[in-house]
Design a protein around this ligand. Structure first.
Ligand code: NAP
Length: 337
């Protein structure tokens, strides 16, 4: 590809990390996407080379991403293979004229690389080849609920997360399944603690201020996406024994008291793109039934104090937190190019 507008030409798409939990969802989404006009190229590590994957009734073969991989003529790379692979390969794909949408944290905070949630900052999607970063899964789910309320001018955001094991990929799901059926706990496979019947209030390394990597990502990425370098986002990110879907207990704090703010917030959330608003406070959204759902659910919206708003937010972090957001970005890029 030469980086010029593709017009009606069919784009050739590759999924890197096609055997992982995010990659598998991307493939399903491509079955009904305009980007799936042609069968995607499937790439993973040499461990899964030769694996067969069903796609629209065809059988596709997973190829290894290595120096011998034939990458010619590919226009769009959807990456879900971790930061190391992204750092090594994304610049090469771009140099060959492609656009890369990457799910890892490798490029999210690089100034010149757009970090995009289509419902929030679609204008950041570039023309031509380049890297576009997909934000952290909890950040995306937070921002779907926060964006409609942004004009109410919250001053401080407290977001406590309840994060599913599949956020750690296939091995996280395996650990919950194994321990849940009486199997042993294995340190670091992938969690440093037993997860069945347990929870753990620390996701990722802890920095000098006692803040975890996951908590830091939510702060830094929210600031970048909203162009709000001073907004405070704080909270505790907790790993819980749920297979899929992250939940967030969200508190917004305001400078001023305003008894009308709750009604305004409910109206805004009812109309917000990508949000399913749950009216009944006694029937809030829960992670189990929301696996596979594209929208982010918001319920239990309340304001027991006039200077704050409280919400409960649940989203499928493999879909809207990763694969769906990535495919949406790629579709918008394709429409623009
Ligand atoms: N899971 C989530 O909820 C979630 C949410 C947001 C973002 N993400 C991000 O998405 C990415 C993928 O996560 P995941 O949960 O799908 O992980 P996963 O289930 O562990 O899958 C990882 C994928 O990457 C491939 N891979 C690993 N090393 C590779 C290499 N050297 N070259 C090519 N492919 C390689 C694996 O292939 P093999 O099968 O050959 O090992 C597998 O297909 C990560 O960057 C993660 O941080 C995940």
């Amino acid at each position: 590809m030469d980086g010029e507008a593709k017009g009606e030409e069919t784009l050739k798409v590759a999924v890197v990390g096609a055997t992982g939990v995010v990659g598998q969802e991307m493939l399903q989404l491509l079955e009904t996407s305009p980007l799936g006009a042609e069968a995607p190229h499937l790439l993973a590590s040499s461990r899964s080379a030769g694996q067969k994957v069903a796609w629209r009734g065809e059988e596709l073969t997973v190829l290894p991403l290595d120096e011998n991989a034939d990458l010619g003529g590919l226009d769009v790379f959807l990456l879900a293979a971790g930061s190391k692979t992204a750092r090594q390969w994304a610049p090469r794909f771009v140099a060959a004229g492609a656009v890369v949408v990457d799910n890892s944290s490798a490029f999210r905070l690089v100034d010149e690389i757009p970090l995009v949630v289509p419902e929030v900052n679609p204008e950041m999607i570039p023309i031509g080849p380049g890297i576009i970063a997909n934000p952290n899964c909890s950040t995306i789910i937070l921002l779907l609920a926060l964006k409609p309320l942004w004009n109410l001018k919250p001053k401080r955001i407290i977001a406590d997360t309840y994060q599913a094991v599949s956020g750690a990929g296939r091995s996280g799901l395996d650990a919950l399944e194994r321990e849940g059926s009486g199997g042993e706990f294995r340190v670091g496979d992938p969690f440093p603690f037993p997860i069945a019947g347990n929870l753990f209030p620390s996701i990722g390394t802890v920095d000098d201020e006692g803040v975890t990597l996951e908590e830091r990502k939510m702060l830094d990425e929210t600031r970048k996406i909203l162009s709000a370098p001073d907004i405070v986002v704080q909270g505790t990110c907790v790993r819980v024994p749920v297979a899929r879907c992250h939940s967030i207990a969200l508190n917004l704090l305001f400078d001023e008291s305003d008894p009308t703010r709750l009604d305004q917030a409910i109206e805004l959330l009812r109309e917000a793109p990508g949000i399913q608003f749950h009216e009944d406070p006694e029937s809030p959204p829960t992670p189990g039934p929301l696996a596979g759902v594209h929208s982010v659910s918001v319920g239990r919206v309340r304001a027991p104090f006039d200077d704050s708003l409280q919400l409960w937010v649940v989203g499928d972090q493999i879909l809207k937190g990763a694969a769906l957001n990535t495919v949406q970005i790629a579709e918008l890029w394709s429409a623009k190019n």
